[in-house]
Write a protein that binds this ligand. Sequence first.
Ligand code: RTP
Ligand code: MG
Length: 138
Amino acid sequence: MATTFIILKPDAVERGLIGEITTRFERRGLRFLAFELRQLEASLVQQHYAEHRGKPFYDDLVAFLTRGPVVVGIIEGPAQVVEMVRTMMGATDSAKAAPGTIRGDLAMLVDENLIHGSDSPASAEREIGLFFPEFRPV
Ligand code: RTP
Ligand code: MG
């Protein structure tokens, strides 16, 4: 088994889509090991998205992630869980995301794209450490 990290972004919470998105993962057979509604500090979001510092969308991205509560979660699944969750999310630009994916079914913008998912096992480990420093795999 392996773990990955997700954020249901403020647009998902504002639009009342926590249940819809969570249910997709649970129906697939994946299991939440942590699940918490949280108002994020800008400093944490900046650390989380450090790879994008300096890009044109960076400041807007930090403002977006801190404009209201998010859900942060840890998902457990098979060895490929990081990739499974990314596939279920769909392309970054929701307008181009395939039908059947979370973004492809429920969103249409590149910035307000409902969900973050770790992009590699190394990212998952780093992000779980940032958002859930107390977490120990069960
Ligand atoms: P995420 O990190 O949130 O899971 O998304 P991702 O891997 O699919 O995309 P990434 O390239 O890491 O971009 C991070 C987030 O920045 C916003 N973004 N806006 N306006 C733009 O061109 C633009 N590009 C990216 C999105 O919210 C994206 O999810
Ligand atoms: Mg990313």
